[in-house]
Write a protein that binds this ligand. Structure first.
Ligand code: GH3
Ligand code: MG
Ligand code: MG
Length: 303
């Protein structure tokens, strides 16, 4: 695969002197004489590397910032060129995301060597990042439903509880459990049970806002974390979810399967640990079950 390198420098002579050796090594080279021109070229075509003079008209570091803060361009490695590595600009640039630097006047062979090393590093970084995303995704989502896992939700909730404490913002949780789910499995088999769970999840998701975090807490138990929502808001949201499930028609082979859920809601109050908050939601869920199921209860402390 040919790799494309952008050389951004105001001097025609310098761009020419770097173009040749890079082309001999098989790179495709484009040139820009100022920051605006460079950014236009980077947007117009994918580049694998940019070599940027810190004294570029329009600002070498300004161009670096524009690249590193643009999601489409941020992964492009940038090598800075400067005639004074001691003045701090290059070090500043490395802190702002540059990969490497070249001292001016640039030796053409050195430009080639650094370009190759920069590209190799960019490949490795990309592969690491892709691997990392895959691993994070595996740990964060549940196989059957694709929902966030309990482990992920618990670790995320820890941060939200701390933030609620710092900023005094409301934070609520709602715990749901499918009613008499064992009967569904016993009567229709585990496969139908799985199908019912997926249907329940789809309906729950359709009722929740994107900010609400829905996760699978255990077998047929689900948890919703509601940032910035107080008890009344959480009760309304949970009731909406319960209604949506009650109204959902689930039939298998023409047979209607009644599905309902019960919910318990709790709101964080100052001094609460995460476990206390979850315990109170759990207790409220227990109340809802004891009161006859297919209903949502708020916890007794914050109600
Ligand atoms: P309750 O109203 O008190 O919640 O009654 P229940 O029958 O739902 O309660 P119980 O906790 O006794 O049963 C839960 C059942 O959920 C038992 C378990 O086999 C089933 N289950 C858990 N995970 C899965 C799953 O991934 N797929 C299927 N099909 N069943 C599951
Ligand atoms: Mg259960
Ligand atoms: Mg149940």
């Amino acid at each position: 695969m040919t790799e494309r390198v952008l050389i951004a420098d105001k001097s025609d002579g310098l761009r020419q002197s770097l173009r040749k050796p890079l082309e001999i090594e098989g790179f495709v080279v484009s040139e820009a004489r100022d920051a605006r021109d460079a950014l236009d070229r980077l947007h117009a075509r994918d580049h694998d590397l940019a070599v940027v003079d810190v004294e570029l008209p329009g600002g070498g570091l300004a161009l670096l910032d524009a690249i590193k803060t643009d999601p489409d361009l941020a992964s492009t490695p940038v090598i800075l060129m400067s005639d004074d590595l001691a003045d701090g600009t290059v070090l500043d640039g490395l802190d702002r995301g540059a990969t490497d630097c070249l001292r001016k006047p640039v030796e053409p062979i050195e430009a080639v060597v650094r370009a190759k090393a920069g590209l190799r590093m960019a490949h490795l970084t990309r592969r690491l990042r892709e691997g990392d995303e895959r691993l994070t995704e595996l740990a964060a989502t549940d196989d059957l439903t694709g929902l966030l896992t309990r482990r992920f939700l618990e670790s995320h909730l820890r941060g939200l509880v701390a933030a609620a404490g710092r900023h005094g913002r409301p934070l609520s949780v709602a715990m749901f459990d499918v009613d008499f789910f064992k009967d569904v499995n016993d009567k229709h088999g585990h496969g139908v049970g799985d199908f019912v769970l997926k249907t329940v999840v789809e309906r729950m998701q359709s009722r929740l806002r994107t900010e609400d975090l829905l996760g699978r807490w255990g077998g047929e138990e689900f948890m919703v974390v509601l940032p910035d929502v107080d008890l009344d808001g959480a009760l309304t949201a949970a009731e909406g979810v319960r209604e949506a499930i009650e109204e959902t028609e689930v039939s298998v082979d023409g047979e209607h399967i009644p599905v309902t859920i019960s919910g318990g809601v709790a709101t964080w109050t100052r001094g609460d640990s995460q476990d206390e908050l979850l315990d109170r939601a759990d207790a409220a869920l227990y109340d809802a079950k004891a009161a006859g199921r297919n209903q949502v209860h708020g916890d007794r402390v914050t109600r």
